[in-house]
Design a binder for this molecule. Structure first.
Ligand SMILES: [Zn+2]
Ligand SMILES: [Zn+2]
Length: 372
């Protein structure tokens, strides 16, 4: 029986030593039809990964492991956040991942990029989510003995990712995982949700666990004798073969088979989408930088007073969604936006999943008269 690794960190994650070309070669050598990359909090390695995997005939599954906090805009020392694995099911999902990671880094970064459930709710389309490692929210609640909350939190994630949320089973020979897995199996029965088996890969071969440990010291500025250093609890965080995974989950063929089913569900065509994406990102940047100023010029030209100009440019800077909602009901504001777009030659086509807005994509706005 085959298997697909859906939880893999590359050297682009601080705590992994996996090289992308070796990762895809290993997946191929093990006859795995696909492999995922899920680095911590960013997607720097995905382009290289996508190309390398395609080149050896392995399907690349584009993912990220995010850190979920209660409120991404606040630093709460009591809320270190919880891990969640996200995989792009399709192009929309990939664009949503990009947007999530971008906002996590831009607005939620207090030492590390963070998202919250409010943000996940607005960008969950096209994404498959897995409940992640010991640091996942559901496993953490189970370990704290908060079973009822573990169950309600599972329901919450299942609502966030309808038909796309899997309870992730890991077995790195750690006693805590046995406790977690037993309860995850109970939850899955009670809520009729699917399980999926995973190994949290941070190095390719078992023999590399010591090398990994030393490199971890180097990257975190510790030495092997530092007591409080970041250290992995077992030497099992490697890229196991299908048979090793089957041995780790002997009575759970369904959780193993679901790795293949998820790989089947994920299909991001990058060759075409990369152009759309690059364009959408350029547009987003151009709009963010130039829209407020262009709007101010247009507003002054039409005789608005400085208070009104300030109000509009603030909206353009901080809350473009509201600005466009106002434009929907106010022909005056709509006309201003069209003028601003023309003044600054702002792009006329950009992807709504990325920007959440479109100026010249709405030609009807231009036809509306200015309200006197
Ligand atoms: Zn994790
Ligand atoms: Zn991980």
């Amino acid at each position: 029986m085959s298997f697909v690794h859906l939880h893999v960190h590359s050297g682009y994650s601080l705590d992994s030593v996996i090289k992308i070309d070796e990762l895809v070669q290993t997946a191929r050598a093990m006859n795995m039809p696909a492999v995922a990359l899920t680095d911590h909090g960013h997607m720097f390695g995905l382009k290289e990964f996508y190309k390398a995997a395609r080149a050896v005939g392995v399907k690349p599954i584009l993912g990220v492991e995010v850190n979920v906090v209660h409120d991404l805009h606040r630093l709460d020392p009591n809320d270190l956040g919880h891990h969640l694995v996200l995989l792009a099911k399709n192009l929309e999902g990939y664009l949503n991942l990009r947007q999530l990671v971008s906002l996590a880094n831009r607005e939620g970064n207090f030492g590390q990029p963070r998202v919250d459930k409010k943000l996940l709710a607005t960008h969950s389309q096209g994404i498959i989510a897995l409940s992640a490692c010991l640091q996942g929210e559901i496993p953490s609640l189970i370990l704290e003995g908060r079973s009822a909350e573990a169950r309600s939190t599972t329901e919450e994630y299942a609502r966030l990712f309808p038909d796309c949320f899997y309870l992730e089973l890991q077995n790195h020979g750690i006693p805590a995982q046995a406790v977690i897995n037993a309860e995850l199996m109970e939850i899955t029965r009670a809520l009729d949700l699917p399980l999926v088996a995973a190994n949290d890969c941070h190095y390719l071969e078992k023999e590399q666990s010591e090398l990994h440990d030393i490199l971890l010291c180097g990257r975190t500025g510790a030495t092997v004798v530092t007591r409080t250093r970041l250290r992995f609890p077992s030497p099992e965080y490697y890229f196991k073969s299908a048979s090793e995974m089957a041995a780790a989950f002997p009575h759970l063929p369904e959780a193993l088979a679901n790795t293949l089913a998820i790989a089947e569900r994920c299909q991001v065509e990058f060759s075409r989408s990369s152009q759309i994406l690059a364009h959408a990102e350029r547009c987003e940047k151009v709009i963010r930088l130039r829209l407020p100023e262009a709007l101010a010029v247009a507003a002054r030209a039409l005789g608005l007073n400085e208070d009104e100009v300030g109000l509009l440019t603030d909206l353009a800077r901080q809350d473009r969604k509201s600005l466009f909602q106002v434009a929907e009901v106010s022909p005056g504001v709509a006309k201003l936006l069209v003028l601003a777009a023309e003044l600054e030659n702002l792009p006329s086509h950009f992807s709504t999943p990325v920007t959440g807005l479109a100026i010249a994509d709405r030609p009807q706005l231009a036809k509306r008269p200015i309200k006197s």
